[in-house]
Design a protein around this ligand. Structure first.
Ligand code: FSO
Ligand code: SF4
Length: 530
């Protein structure tokens, strides 16, 4: 196998043995490669005939890309079915609309291993595109589940797949597609923000308890708010309480979701701690998206999955979302006999969430006045993914050492390193503002743009520093969005992506001044001296 798409890749270079660090086996990796190759073939076949692409084909493409994101789908049977579906779709498409475009016929039957073995700069740029669209597919998928579609977003997946499959691509033809991936992802995050807020209301700040009350309960993880809403509806009046986990935490801030009184709190911390945190809870866990780690035998019978998440031996809940098996499991396990007062990793008993762009912008005058009066010296966006590497303590220390006259915005699962800390208030606002899930990077961008407008300067000239942590492919598409917007001076860690070749990295450093994180003390000194 060859896979280097995530931050935990073996030895910081690539997973190549019998299994990846994430637990993905070589056979599964081969099927994911085959699936990607098929998608590239389909996109090449469709070039010039896009008008014949149907919403059903678009949906299938999203599912297939999403199934290759890290920690989503480990099930060879499901991946084989997806490959068959793409194969059938491609054959049907070719039968009906054979492509006349120059070079198309010779380009079909693409083999992605050509990419892994190609020139390192071309491989690097094509990887940025491929991993970017894999991440973006998840956001488009969640928006689609809520009935929101965008033709431009849907079409771009084919364009990007064609670029990955092109035999004669050069750096200067691939770079614009890399940045276009960022531009389209911005549109896609905007679509998902609209889908979430129009469906569930505008997020509002909420204090979320980390206590699990006695009695039966279900833990729900991942990003899909629709799954949570359906689960809340189906458990209403059953005596079962619901707790969010990982990236589902910000769901507490949506009025259409927090209106259910049996949505009680949040259980556990970031995704990489699940194998210990789930080992002995008397309750089932439902995974709606990444990040699923291979469940241990001690609890695999309590794990359930929905949508594109799959793992051999884990019960999958179908598209109709009949959660009866999860509900029955919760009732049979019965939950704790007494209230359990869990804490975050720093000992806090609750966490705050819900500072989306509407809430923060409604306080924009306060923030602007506080910056002008010198009460807020600097704003840090400390956002992104968590992961298992010890170097990620950087982010906890960074937040602890950031000066008291700084405001800290955060989003995605990296916040579990520090979201239970009490950092006090500044200008009447909590110093630590959780803007939501990784896709709520859209909120952070809106806030940064509003501040830049207010100060009549560019985002790069604001007293704002982005300190990002990455793990998987959604972080890649978000990073590309920031580059598309021309945002410079991003600090990135805990290590740089293995798929950046030295030349591509040089380009990013030169053009955008992307800097790897070092130590919180050193970095803070440099950040505050600008
Ligand atoms: Fe991924 Fe990162 Fe959203 Fe986490 S981008 S790893 S579970 O922050 O959150 O999906
Ligand atoms: Fe390795 Fe990450 Fe690929 Fe898993 S997803 S095989 S850990 S690079």
């Amino acid at each position: 196998m060859f896979c280097f798409q995530c931050e935990q890749t073996a030895a910081g270079s690539a997973c190549t043995g019998k299994a990846g660090v994430c637990g993905k086996k070589a056979d599964t990796a081969a099927l994911q490669d085959q699936l990607t190759s098929q998608l590239i073939d389909l996109a090449i076949s469709a070039r010039g005939n896009e008008r014949y692409l149907t919403p059903a084909i678009d949906k299938m493409v999203l599912e297939c890309l999403f199934a290759t994101v890290t920690n989503v789908n480990f099930d060879d049977h499901v991946l084989t079915q997806l490959i068959d579906r793409v194969e059938r779709e491609k054959a049907r498409f070719n039968d009906k609309h054979s492509c006349q475009h120059d070079g198309c016929q010779s380009s079909t039957n693409y083999d992605i291993s050509q990419l892994w073995n190609s020139n390192e700069d071309i491989r690097s740029l094509k990887s940025l595109i491929l991993f970017g669209i894999r991440g973006m597919s998840a956001y488009a998928y969640h928006a689609n589940v809520l009935g929101y579609h965008d033709k431009e977003v849907a079409r771009f997946f084919y364009k990007a797949l064609c670029a990955i499959g092109s035999q004669d691509a050069e750096m200067d033809t691939l770079l614009p597609v890399v940045l276009e991936t960022g531009a389209i992802n911005l549109r896609c995050m905007e679509l998902l923000d609209k889908a979430n807020t129009e469906t569930f209301g505008t997020p509002e700040p909420r204090q979320v308890s980390l206590t699990v009350e006695k009695g039966p309960f279900i833990v729900i993880s991942g990003h899909d708010l629709y799954d949570l809403k359906e689960l809340l509806k189906q458990t209403d009046g059953t005596g079962i309480n619901i707790y969010t986990h990982g990236e589902m935490l910000p769901a507490h801030s949506y009025p259409g979701i927090n209106k259910y009184p049996h949505l009680k709190g949040n259980f556990g911390t970031a995704w990489q701690n699940q194998q210990t945190e789930f080992a002995d809870i008397p309750a089932p866990v439902l995974f709606t998206t990444n990040c699923l780690m291979p469940p241990k035998p001690s609890y695999i019978d309590r794990v359930f999955s929905t949508e594109v998440v799959a793992y051999p031996g884990v019960t999958h809940i179908g598209e109709k979302r009949n959660f009866t098996p999860v509900i029955q499991k919760a009732l049979s396990l019965g939950g704790y006999a007494k209230d359990m007062h869990f804490t975050g990793i720093n000992g806090g008993k609750s966490v705050m969430t819900g500072f989306g762009h509407c809430t923060v912008l409604s306080a924009a005058d306060t923030v602007i006045a506080a910056i002008k009066e010198g009460m807020i010296r600097h704003i840090f966006l400390v956002g992104g993914c968590d992961g298992a590497k010890p170097g990620r303590n950087y982010y906890t220390e960074f937040v602890q050492k950031a000066p008291e006259d700084s405001l800290i915005l955060t989003l995605a699962c990296g916040k579990y390193r520090f979201n239970d800390l009490n950092l006090g208030t500044i200008g009447g606002l909590p110093r630590l503002l959780d803007m939501g899930q990784c896709n709520d990077a859209y909120s952070a961008i809106k806030v940064a743009q509003a501040l830049a407008d207010a100060f009549q300067c560019s985002v790069n000239d604001l007293p704002l520093t982005l300190v990002l942590s990455w793990y998987e492919q959604k972080a890649v598409c978000i990073l590309l969005t920031l580059l598309h917007l021309g945002i410079k001076n991003i600090w990135l860690g805990p290590t740089l992506p293995a798929f950046l070749s030295p030349n591509v990295l040089d380009f990013l450093v030169e053009k955008y001044n992307i800097t790897p994180v070092s130590t919180p003390e050193n970095d803070l000194t440099k950040m505050l001296s600008h």
